[in-house]
Write a protein that binds this ligand. Structure first.
Ligand code: ADP
Ligand code: MG
Length: 322
């Protein structure tokens, strides 16, 4: 068993929707453990709250309720300034669009060195050398240190984003859809670089993606989100090979289960995903779930271990009824 790096307990994040003038529950009472050296995939349709969880973990936004515990320490209780000083260099982020996230006016070397400089950790080292070494770690030619963003391919740009994220030797990186804008061949290359960095540097990743086949390649564990809630979590094997929650079955059957002998693992949902401004009572899936019974309309679903850390928030699964 690996030890836990981050415990997220009952995390809730509510936005005030300006357009609708009412609260929008983006993340609803989410509990998840992130094991040291593992990659946890966070999957779910667009708008399910994945990016919001990533942003809460790095304190890019403040949480409304719950706890974020990093190596036993309450991150959400740290003063902003203390967080910046103690934690910023240990937790980094790679964004979906490298083009957007790299400053067009800065040379690549200054982009990748930025987190080291912010942490005041250059310690008199030669910037060109340090930047060149970082580029080598992501399999880029060190001669690119004097280039600018527009001179790089999208794959190279994303590698620069990764080089910047690893510059301070972080323990944890949130990867928010890091390969979804890349061509398939480039995507595999970037995933391999991320996996290799994890092996050599022991980094823990939260890998946010709506692309399930990518998650299957790179993740150890996976959590499935629906309307701000995690509804199923476990190892990739558990969740992808024996999905139990009707929503996971529906999500996976569209992409990963073309094999007719696995028909029992598929599920068809009714209707459309509700607006997060108009959250269903009880189980969030009850309005669409073919297995819903009247109790699902009223009872909140608890996350329950159905064996060996495979956790499902569906009383019908837990009771062995479906
Ligand atoms: P995902 O990453 O899974 O696509 P997000 O975490 O980006 O989902 O968004 C979850 C929900 O929160 C969505 O309904 C989104 O519109 C809403 N949301 C995200 N950020 C904000 C914000 N700053 N203000 C208001 N609503 C937001
Ligand atoms: Mg997102």
């Amino acid at each position: 068993m690996s030890e836990t790096l981050i415990n997220v307990n009952n995390l809730t994040k509510i936005f005030q929707s300006r357009m609708h003038k009412q609260p929008l529950i983006a993340v609803n009472d989410v509990t998840i453990d992130i094991k040291k050296g593992h990659t946890v995939g966070l999957v779910g349709e667009s708008g399910s709250g994945k990016s919001t969880i990533g942003r809460c973990l790095l304190r890019l936004i403040e949480i409304d309720n719950g706890e974020i515990i990093f190596e036993g320490q309450r991150l959400d209780k740290l003063k902003k300034d203390d967080f910046r000083k103690k934690m910023r260099s240990r937790m980094q982020m790679v964004f979906q669009d490298p083009y957007d996230s790299l400053n067009p006016r800065k040379k690549i070397k200054n982009i990748v060195l930025e987190p080291i400089r912010l942490a005041g950790k250059m310690n008199g080292r030669d910037p060109d050398l340090v930047a060149g070494e970082l580029l080598e770690k992501v399999r880029l030619n060190p001669s690119l240190i004097n280039s600018y963003r527009h001179q790089l391919t999208p794959g190279q740009q994303q590698c620069v984003g990764i080089a910047r994220a690893i510059a301070t030797n972080p323990d944890f990186i949130v990867l928010d859809e890091p390969t979804s804008l890349l061509d398939v061949s480039v995507r595999m290359n970037v995933l391999q670089i991320l996996a290799d960095l994890q092996k050599t540097l022991g980094i823990t990743y939260l890998f946010i993606s709506h692309d399930l086949s990518t998650v299957q390649v790179i993740c150890h564990d996976v959590a499935v989100m629906y309307l701000g809630k995690i509804i199923e979590t476990g190892t990739v094997n558990q969740v992808f090979n024996t999905p139990r929650h009707p929503y996971s079955k529906a999500l996976l059957s569209s992409v990963l289960l073309p094999d007719p002998s696995k028909k029992h693992l598929s599920c068809e949902l009714k209707g459309e995903i509700p607006s997060p401004l108009d959250m269903p009572s009880g189980c969030p899936l009850h309005t669409r779930c073919p297995s819903a019974v009247p109790e699902c309309i009223h009872s909140k679903q608890q996350m329950q271990d159905i064996g060996e850390g495979h956790i499902v928030a569906c009383m019908r699964v837990v009771n062995g009824e479906i």
